[in-house]
Design a protein around this ligand. Structure first.
Ligand SMILES: Nc1ncnc2c1ncn2[C@@H]1O[C@H](COP(=O)(O)OP(=O)(O)O)[C@@H](O)[C@H]1O
Ligand SMILES: [Mg+2]
Length: 254
């Protein structure tokens, strides 16, 4: 997969000036007595990747489920391109591509057939759908295997297809939940390269991981406001940009 750019090569001032694609303020969610996410705030500008790092149970999936409008929040605000996200939002959800941790594709269909099916759900038809499916196969490095049944793919290839489905409608914000769990190192590298490449083309990417080295590789932003550690409330071990939150760190305002 071609790498078309490098985030670090861009002028940080340009990125700092761009209006955020995603703004989260004071996100909180509790399940009964368990506070899963407490006062998490951050923003992502176009062309940035933002990682939520933390072990299992830290609240990563809960956080991105609130961002994607899949889960009601107890408190806080989510703005995508300045528009509030709620569980009932329709238009604003179309700005997001959500890629769940579990691979959600049809194993008996080919990779190309899967993409065509999901493209049809997005209302794409005919030549437009055909072109977009071939573009996506190229982006995820599966053109040569697009005619094979998905059950014959490796775990990493299935994950790449899963990501490709989230890209079909050209989202402004791509949300990836643990995109590299359980995949071989080569596929892991290919997935990280495609994330870097998408960000270099201007997409904002929010991802979760429990691999520290992965969060470090995906270009930390280094503009935390003084006095605010980049950690997230009850994501006490999770933080944006691959940094560990200090004790008592609240929120992660980039
Ligand atoms: N629907 C739910 N009902 C009750 N508890 C939940 C639910 N979803 C998540 N949790 C709990 O919230 C905490 C955070 O979960 P999660 O966001 O899935 O963590 P992560 O994605 O970081 O592994 C965990 O303790 C988990 O068991
Ligand atoms: Mg999770």
């Amino acid at each position: 997969m071609a790498r078309t750019g490098d985030l670090a090569a861009r002028d940080p001032a340009d990125r700092a000036m761009a209006a955020p694609v995603l703004e989260c303020r004071g996100l909180r969610e509790a399940f009964g007595d368990l506070v899963a996410v407490d006062d998490v705030s951050f923003y992502i500008s176009p062309g940035e990747t933002y990682g939520l790092l933390g072990p299992n149970g830290a609240g990563k999936t809960t956080t991105i489920s609130m961002v994607a409008g899949l889960l009601e929040r107890e408190a806080g605000q989510v703005l995508v391109d300045g528009t509030p996200m709620t569980t009932t939002s329709v238009g604003v959800k179309a700005l997001c591509g959500y890629v769940p941790q579990e691979v959600a594709v049809y194993p008996d269909l080919t990779g190309r057939e899967n993409l065509r099916f999901f493209a049809s759900l997005y209302g794409m038809r005919g030549t437009r759908a055909h072109r977009r499916v071939e573009e996506i196969l190229d982006t995820i490095g599966l053109t040569a295997r697009g005619g094979d049944q998905v059950k014959k793919y490796s775990g990493g290839m299935q994950r790449r297809l899963n990501i490709g489905i989230g890209l079909l409608h050209r989202p402004r914000l791509l949300i990836l939940d643990e995109p590299t769990v359980g995949v071989d190192p080569q596929s892991r590298n290919a997935i990280l390269e495609s994330v870097e490449s998408l960000a270099s083309e201007g997409m904002a990417v929010l991802y979760t991981t429990h691999y520290m080295e992965e969060a470090q590789r995906l270009r930390p932003r280094r503009d935390h406001r003084p006095g605010q550690a980049p950690g997230g409330g009850h994501l006490p071990r999770a933080c944006g940009h691959g940094r560990r939150a200090g004790p008592g760190a609240r929120g992660c305002l980039g």
